[in-house]
Design a protein around this ligand. Structure first.
Ligand code: RUQ
Ligand code: CUA
Ligand code: CA
Length: 641
C-alpha cells in the first residue's frame, strides 16, 4: 500500500480489495466460506492508521513514556525469536533490546551450539542447527512469577528448553519422544510449576517406522505431553483425538486445556476446515496422575514414558465443541475462564472453569453447558490477554485490530440477547495482522493492566524498506487508562510469536559467575580428573589423540600464548576467566577453525575441534575487554602428522 493516503482511502482502495479478493465485511457470518476466504486473506491490509495519527501518538508517547538514557525499565520482556531459534530480552516500556539468549540456534558471539557446555546441554539434538520457538513462559509459585526459569518450545525439532533466569542461559533441553512438532506450551501455575504442558501438534502413525502411513485410524494420533519442570523429563503423555494447537493451565492446579483445529484428522487444508466445530480438550491432571500411579498406562517403542489414553470416552479428559479451527487458549487472570480464540470464527468461547468438576463427574451431560459465553469480536481472533480489571484484549488478525472487551458484560450480553449490552469497549488499529498479544503479568493473579505488547506479523510500509524480506512490527500500548494508547513501534527480526512481561523486581540475575555453577560442571569434573585447578593452572594435557589446553584469561592476556599439537589431534581449549569484574567478558576465537566463544567474569568455557591443518594458527579474544584487546592473542602450532 502506498504512502500518504488517508485512513478511508487506504481501507477502500482497489488494491486492498484486490489483495484480499473479497470485501472484508463480506464474509463475516458466511461461515462455510470463511475458511477458504481466510486462506486468500493473509495478505489483506486490514485497518490502516495514517502517518498523521501515528505521529500524534508518538508525540504523546514521548512526553509520557520515555525511558531516558541511563534510566532503567520497569519490566523485563522475554520475546520468542521464532524460527530464528533464540529468546530476546527487552526492556519495557522502552522496547530496547537488552540481550539475546541463544537456545535452538547456533550463535557465534557466545559460542552456543559450538561450546562443549552448550552441546552437553543440547544433547543428541545439538546436531540440529535450527529451531522454531513460539511460547516463552516463566515459572510460577502460587500463581505468581517466581523468576526461576523460563521455558520455551521448539516446534521444528519437537523440543522443550529451560532457561535459568539468574544467568539468562539455557540449562536444559529435552526432545519429546514419539511426537512431532511441540507447539503450545504453558506452565502449571498452582501450587507451583511442577509441570510444563506441551502440545505436540501433528498426528502421526504409531509405530512411525514406515510400516503404515495411515493417520486416520486408531493408531494415528498425537499426544499432550506433561514434563517435570525440575528434572526436565517427560512425566507422562496423553493420547488425544484430533490434533493439538495451544494450551493453558488453570489457577487451581487441576485442569489444563488445549485447542484442536484438526478434529477431522485431515491431512489437507480443505479437510481441516470440514467440520463447523472443532474442540477444546480439558485434561484432568489429578486423574491422569492417579492413572499413571495405578499403572494404567502403556509405553511406545523404546520410550519408557507412561502413556495414557485420553481419547473420547476416557475419564481423564473432556472434549468441548467450539466453533471452527480455534487457535489461542488463554486462562483469564481472575481464574474464571479458559478462552478459546475462534480464528475462522469471529467468536471466542469462554469456558467456565468452575463448571468443569460437574462435567467430569457427569452432573453436566452436555459439554457445551460449560460455555459461559461465545462473544463475537471481529475477524480472525487469535489470542487473548487480560488487564486484571475484568477486561480482555483479543487480536483480530484479519481486521488488523485489537478488541478490548469486558468479560462480565460479554456473559451478560450472551444471557440477555434482547438487551443490546455493549461488551466491546474499544477497537484499535494495529500495523498489521497481529498474532499474539500480551499484557504485563497477565498470566498471573497479579495482572496489572499497565502495558500491552501486540506482535504484528506484517510491517509492510512501516519502516525503511530492507528488501523483499520484511521485519515484523511489535507495538506497545499503554492500557492503564480507559483507552489503549499506542506508544511504540519496534521492527523485529523473525519471528516473535509470543512474549512475556515480568516486573523487574521479580528477576534476580548474577553479575559474576559462581565458580561452582553446574552450567560448566562437566568441564570442571574433567579438569579435576586431569589434576587441574582451573583458577590457577595453565597446562596442556595430552591424552592419546586428545589434547586439552587449560588456560586462564585476565585482561588483556591469555595464560597460554603458544601451544603445540599434532595434525589430526582433537583439541579442547578450556578457558577460565579470572577477571572478577562486572562486564569484563573475554572471547576465544581460533582463526580458520570455526571456533568462537564467550568467557564471562569467573566463567569456564570450553570448545573442541580438530587441528586438521599443519602450520601456525592465531587465536584471539573476540569480546572487547581492554585497551589492549587487539593484543590479546596467541598461537597454536600444528606439527605435520
Ligand atoms: S501460536 S499467532 Cu505458535 Cu502462539 Cu498463535
Ligand atoms: Cu579479552 Cu578482548
Ligand atoms: Ca477443523
Amino acid at each position: 500500500m502506498s504512502d500518504n493516503k488517508s485512513d478511508k482511502e487506504q481501507k477502500d482502495s482497489p488494491q486492498a480489495m484486490e489483495t484480499s479478493g473479497l470485501s472484508r465485511r463480506g464474509f463475516l457470518g458466511a461461515s462455510a466460506a470463511t475458511g477458504a476466504a481466510l486462506v486468500g486473506a493473509t495478505a489483506l491490509g486490514g485497518a490502516v492508521m495514517s502517518r498523521e495519527t501515528w505521529a500524534a501518538a508518538v508525540k504523546d508517547a514521548h512526553a509520557n513514556y520515555t525511558v531516558a538514557p541511563g534510566e532503567l525499565d520497569a519490566y523485563y520482556g522475554f520475546w520468542s525469536g521464532g524460527h530464528q531459534g533464540e529468546v530476546r530480552i527487552m526492556g519495557i516500556p522502552s522496547m530496547r533490546e537488552l540481550m539475546r539468549i541463544p537456545v535452538f540456534n547456533v550463535d557465534s558471539a557466545t559460542g552456543w551450539g559450538l561450546t562443549d557446555e552448550s552441546k552437553h546441554i543440547m544433547g543428541e539434538s545439538a546436531k540440529y542447527r535450527n529451531g522454531d520457538c513460539h511460547h516463552p513462559h516463566i515459572s510460577m509459585t502460587d500463581g505468581k512469577y517466581d523468576g526461576k526459569y523460563l521455558f520455551i518450545n521448539d516446534k521444528a525439532n519437537s523440543r522443550v528448553a529451560r532457561i535459568r533466569l539468574d544467568i539468562m542461559k539455557c540449562d536444559k533441553m529435552l526432545t519429546v519422544p514419539n511426537v512431532q512438532a511441540i507447539h503450545g506450551l504453558r506452565l502449571q501455575k498452582v501450587p507451583y510449576t511442577k509441570y510444563v504442558f506441551a502440545n505436540a501438534e501433528f498426528i502421526i502413525p504409531h509405530p512411525n517406522d514406515g510400516s503404515s502411513f495411515d493417520t486416520q485410524g486408531k493408531n494415528g494420533f498425537t499426544m499432550f505431553n506433561v514434563i517435570d519442570a525440575e528434572k526436565m523429563e517427560v512425566a507422562f503423555q496423553v493420547i488425544v483425538d484430533g490434533n493439538l494447537d495451544n494450551t493453558d493451565a488453570d489457577y487451581t492446579g487441576k485442569y489444563a486445556a488445549a485447542t484442536c483445529y484438526n478434529s477431522e484428522k485431515a491431512t489437507d487444508l480443505a479437510g481441516m476446515l470440514r467440520n463447523e466445530r472443532d474442540w477444546v480438550v480439558i485434561f484432568n491432571i489429578p486423574r491422569i496422575e492417579a492413572a499413571v500411579k495405578a499403572g494404567k498406562f502403556t509405553t511406545i517403542g523404546d520410550s519408557k514414558v507412561p502413556v495414557v489414553d485420553g481419547r473420547a470416552g476416557s475419564e481423564l479428559t473432556r472434549y468441548i465443541p467450539v466453533p471452527k479451527n480455534p487457535h489461542g487458549c488463554n486462562t483469564s487472570s481472575d481464574g474464571k475462564y479458559f478462552i478459546a480464540n475462534g480464528k475462522v470464527s469471529p467468536t471466542v468461547s469462554m469456558i467456565e472453569i468452575a463448571k468443569l468438576d460437574d462435567l467430569f463427574d457427569g452432573k453436566l451431560k452436555d459439554p457445551r453447558d460449560v460455555i459461559a459465553a461465545e462473544p463475537e469480536l471481529g475477524l480472525g481472533p487469535l489470542h487473548t490477554t487480560f488487564d486484571g480489571r475484568g477486561n480482555a484484549y483479543t487480536t483480530l488478525f484479519i481486521d488488523s485490530q485489537v478488541a478490548k472487551w469486558n468479560m462480565a458484560d460479554a456473559v451478560r450480553a450472551w444471557n440477555n440477547p434482547d438487551q443490546n449490552i455493549e461488551f466491546i469497549k474499544q477497537k484499535i488499529d494495529v500495523q498489521y495482522q497481529p498474532g499474539h498479544l500480551h499484557a504485563s503479568l497477565c498470566e498471573t493473579s497479579e495482572a496489572d493492566g499497565k502495558w500491552l505488547a501486540v506482535l504484528c506479523k506484517f510491517s509492510k510500509d512501516r519502516f525503511l524498506p530492507v528488501g523483499p524480506l520484511h521485519p515484523e512490527n511489535d507495538q506497545l500500548f499503554d492500557i492503564s487508562g480507559d483507552e489503549m494508547k499506542l506508544v511504540h513501534d519496534g521492527p523485529t527480526f523473525a519471528e516473535p510469536h509470543d512474549c512475556i512481561m515480568v516486573r523487574r523486581d521479580q528477576i534476580k540475575t548474577k553479575k559474576i559467575w559462581d565458580r561452582n555453577d553446574p552450567f560448566f560442571g562437566p568441564t570442571t569434573a574433567q579438569a579435576k580428573k586431569d589434576g587441574i585447578t582451573l583458577e590457577t593452572d595453565n597446562k596442556v594435557i595430552r591424552d592419546g589423540n586428545k589434547v586439552r589446553v587449560y588456560m586462564t584469561s585476565q585482561a588483556p592476556m591469555y595464560g597460554i600464548t603458544e601451544f603445540t599439537v599434532k595434525q589430526g589431534n582433537e583439541v579442547t581449549v578450556i578457558v577460565t576467566n579470572l577477571d572478577n569484574i562486572e562486564d569484563v567478558t573475554h572471547g576465544f576465537c581460533m582463526v580458520n577453525h570455526g571456533v568462537s566463544m564467550e568467557i564471562s567474569p569467573m566463567e569456564t568455557s570450553s570448545i573442541t575441534f580438530t587441528a586438521d591443518k599443519p602450520g601456525l594458527h592465531w587465536y584471539y579474544c573476540n569480546w572487547f575487554c581492554h585497551a589492549l584487546h587487539m593484543e590479546m592473542v596467541g598461537r597454536m602450532l600444528v606439527e605435520k602428522a
